[in-house]
Design a protein around this ligand. Structure first.
Ligand SMILES: [Zn+2]
Length: 60
């Protein structure tokens, strides 16, 4: 798979949700952006970290 954000190749099957930032990013990808499976773990993590810092609606 090619990540739609950074255009790097990654393996969606190897995605680990052990990092809470990745988990939040993945939830956002599923529920908000609809692009789950097309974004790599580092990009999910940065999305998750930003959401946790700046989105008051998110309290995971
Ligand atoms: Zn990426």
């Amino acid at each position: 798979m090619i990540c739609t954000i950074c255009n790097g190749s990654f393996d969606p099957a190897a995605l680990s949700l052990a990092d809470p930032a990745v988990e939040v990013g993945h939830i956002l990808a599923v529920e908000k952006y609809g692009d789950a499976g097309t974004v790599c773990a580092p990009c999910l993590a940065s999305r998750g970290r930003l959401a946790m810092m700046y989105d008051p609606d998110l309290q995971y």
